[in-house]
Design a protein around this ligand. Structure first.
Ligand code: NZQ
Ligand code: ZN
Length: 384
């Protein structure tokens, strides 16, 4: 097992009606900026619940974070937060609102010249304005980690940073807020959480049987619950189980001491920049292609995954791998996420630029640093 530090101070407040607990979680002696997206929280009553809970607090609002939140919008929010002397941020929405809020909170305390350096140059985040979260979309795990991903379309960039300073002080996770998610966002959330687990699991063994089984438990739970929520989008327990899976998938616990490989996400981010595809839609295309391309390097874990997660009993390990990849594809497809670029009428030739850009920026990726430009091109061709 590799050395690790595990630090997760986010208080999780989980369950029905928990937004009413906000006054126990935020002090009154400061100005709060509530951040939000395009209006879903107004339609589903979450905004009203927040305002009721925070009656008597000094609140300003900032609306308009897009899915794959845009740098320019964050800069507008930073200007407003400075003017208003904001002391606490409350993100209400999905991962995009929360990621934007984390970037704003870090930028306000950044003493370098340009906050974009946090993303593009890995400039250190020494501190951040404190923030809390009300999560309405289970997918990213952002509610319980220090990561944020910000896009800058004018430069065709989508970049991430990570810092414990921006971990939410608390996250209220009320599954009832998610019943208004449409089939597309529900499916995206399931696939994103699934792939987060796979990126921390499907590498090579360094003797971490507990982490492996924790990862497998999340995968199996997602596989079990996905059809339930599809059959009945109002099924509270199914929504609750998906939400807790998504948090556990990327709250850094299953990643402790293991070898990770974020190739699928890195290639996926490039596809989002190029074609505007939803984050999880890119992952459903790229992961099966990575599994095929890295079949030899990931062999032992692919077999373990096939046997333990999918219960494939075949004695021939090669057949187990084939079936495991096939079952993964079928799972994504049945959840609602196509696994081929052609489903979006995207010719593979238009994607190859992603290989050049990603390898130019990151060098070789993968758990063995053996995925460069040519390999990324080959992976994209497998996703055609
Ligand atoms: O903007 P509003 O009106 O709120 O609508 C949103 C948005 O259109 C809507 N929505 C959210 N909650 C809803 C709802 N609609 C109905 N009912 C509800 N309860 O859903 C749409 C998508 O929301 P978004 O926040 O973009 O989705 P998600 O949570 O999947 O976040 C995606 C972003 O997170 C990044 C992705 O790259 C992408 O930019 N990621 C962040 C990570 C992290 N911080 O750790 C890790 C991930 O791998 C990922 O990269
Ligand atoms: Zn993701």
């Amino acid at each position: 097992m590799k050395n690790f530090i595990f630090y997760n101070p986010t208080k999780i407040v989980f369950g029905k009606g928990q937004i009413a607990r906000l006054p126990e979680l935020i002090l009154k002696n400061q100005k709060i900026m509530m951040t939000a997206g395009g209006g879903s929280i107004q339609k589903n009553g979450v905004y009203d619940q927040v305002m009721r809970a925070l009656e008597g607090y000094d609140i300003v609002e900032f609306w308009g974070f897009q899915p794959n939140p845009e740098y320019e919008t964050c800069m507008e929010a930073i200007r407003k937060a400075k003017e208003e002397k904001v002391g606490f941020f409350l993100s209400v929405g999905g991962g995009s609102v929360l990621d934007a809020t984390k970037f704003i909170a870090a930028s306000l305390c950044f003493d370098g010249e340009d906050p974009w350096d946090i993303l593009s140059k890995g400039a250190p985040v020494q501190s951040a304005v404190p923030l809390g979260c009300i999560l309405t979309l289970p997918a990213t795990g952002s509610e319980s980690n220090g990561n944020a991903v910000i896009s800058r379309r004018e430069r065709n960039q989508k970049l991430a940073f990570s810092s414990p300073e921006v971990m939410p002080r608390f996250s209220i996770i009320d599954p009832e807020t998610t019943v208004t998610l449409d089939a597309r966002q529900t499916s995206n959330g399931i696939v994103d959480a699934f792939v987060h687990v796979m990126e921390q699991y499907l590498t090579y063994d360094v003797n971490t049987p507990l982490q492996d089984r924790q990862a497998e438990a999340i995968l199996q739970t997602l596989i079990e619950v996905a059809p339930q929520v599809k059959a009945d989008p109002k099924d509270y327990d199914a929504r609750a189980n998906i939400m807790w899976c998504a948090t556990q998938a990327l709250n850094t616990l299953i990643g402790c001491g293991v070898v990770q490989d974020w190739t699928t996400h890195m290639i996926g981010h490039e596809l989002t920049v190029l074609f505007g595809l939803d984050h999880a839609r890119t992952l459903a295309i790229v992961l099966p292609a990575v599994m095929r391309h890295q079949r030899v390097q990931k062999r032992d874990k692919l077999i373990q995954y096939g046997r333990r997660v999918w219960g494939i009993q075949d004695a021939d390990p090669e057949k187990v791998i084939d079936a495991a990849i096939e079952k993964t594809i079928r799972f994504f497809e049945s959840a609602g996420n196509p696994t081929k670029l052609s489903a979006y009428d995207i010719p593979v030739a238009d994607c190859l630029i992603a290989a050049e850009r990603l390898s130019g920026r990151e060098g070789k990726i993968g758990e063995r640093q053996d995925i460069g430009r040519e390999e990324i091109e080959a992976i994209l061709r497998l996703g055609a």
